[in-house]
Design a protein around this ligand. Structure first.
Ligand SMILES: C[S@@+](CC[C@H](N)C(=O)[O-])C[C@H]1O[C@@H](n2cnc3c(N)ncnc32)[C@H](O)[C@@H]1O
Length: 309
């Protein structure tokens, strides 16, 4: 959703309570201050990982304490909330303070479970803002062969298998992330379904030959970091990737979920690249932001495009 929210009635707490009262057990963003839709709250995001409310603070601002105290006082009145925690990303190591309760170790979405590590890492193993991608992939995966590049903990692969994919190949540099990915599949599926999934702990650009041999693929997911020097820098490496992508695609037709999480690069960066280097592909759809992600600016946040060849 795009826009800004004005008026006396719109406060972070009113948005949080509105979403929280409607939320089931699915993980969801309750308040996306980062998106700038409510003035003065860019320093904070609030998420629901049932039964916990998890606050992320991005800046050390004086208003934090009052905001946290107000939220705490509200949350203790709700029976369904049994944990309240705060992560301070602006501090070294991004420490998490559990104000009360016990942090959950699973996130839930559309009947699927995902491992969560809220206490330890800056990234928790599950990206809330990829929900539209997971939902799209699940709806398209039946009988398909899927390549999930930059798979991290393979949440998209879980969605693909849940949607009936014939096979999924996940690739990520991080073998740790892929072990969590393996566990994510075990949490949700029987052995036969788990056997449809492959995990490659490799650098994408050093394993192209192997990917070609495993292909072609009906659906390819591209969700790289925007700027991870030495691994992937979007301005330099996205052109390299798109330039060779046709080699991995089913020549009879394929779909690509192409994502970019770089506010400094607007949509035309990715669409221009694909138009130039993969001219057989046309943009079929731009996936919406998920619930709770209200962005004040065009092109802020994660961009998710569907291309078809
Ligand atoms: C934004 S995360 C992907 C999130 C994932 N798609 C999801 O939905 O959970 C980016 C991932 O790309 C991986 N990565 C970065 N450079 C890479 C490279 N050159 N080859 C393979 N993986 C890479 C990182 O290890 C990281 O896990």
């Amino acid at each position: 959703m795009l826009g800004s929210l004005e008026g006396d009635e719109v406060s972070p707490l009113s948005l949080i309570s509105e979403t929280l009262l409607e939320a089931g057990s699915d993980a969801v963003r309750l308040f996306h201050g980062r998106g700038g839709a409510v003035a003065g709250y860019k320093y904070v995001a609030v998420d629901w990982y049932a039964p916990a409310v998890f606050v992320t603070l991005y800046e050390d601002v004086a208003e934090c304490d009052a905001f946290l105290a107000e939220l705490d006082a509200y949350l203790v009145t709700l029976e369904r909330v049994s944990c309240f925690a705060v992560q301070r990303r602006f501090l070294k190591g991004a420490p998490v303070e559990v104000k009360w309760g016990v942090l959950p170790d699973r996130a839930h979405e559309s009947g699927l479970d995902f491992m969560l590590s809220l206490a330890k890492n800056q990234n928790h193993g599950f990206f809330l803002d990829m929900e539209p991608g997971r939902s799209w992939l699940r709806s398209r995966a039946e009988g398909k062969s899927v390549l999930n590049l930059f798979s991290y903990t393979c949440a998209l692969s879980v969605a693909a298998i849940a949607g009936g994919a014939d096979r999924v190949v996940n690739l990520d540099l991080s073998s740790r992330a892929l072990s969590v990915g393996r566990e994510n599949h075990r949490l949700n599926f029987d052995q036969e379904s788990c056997r449809k999934v492959t995990y490659l702990a490799h650098d994408l650009f050093k394993t192209w030959g192997k990917l070609k041999r495993l292909g072609p693929f009906d659906i390819v997911v591209l969700d790289p970091p925007s700027h991870q020097p030495g691994s992937f820098v979007a301005t330099k490496d996205y052109p390299r990737l798109i330039g060779r992508l046709a080699e991995l695609l089913n020549p009879e037709g394929a779909e690509i979920l192409a994502c970019l999480n770089a506010p400094e690069l607007d949509e035309s960066f990715l669409s221009g690249l694909i138009n130039e280097q993969l001219s057989a592909a046309s943009c079929a759809e731009r996936l919406p932001h998920p619930q709770g992600y209200i962005e004040a600016g065009e092109g802020w946040g994660l961009k998710r495009f569907i291309y078809k060849t």
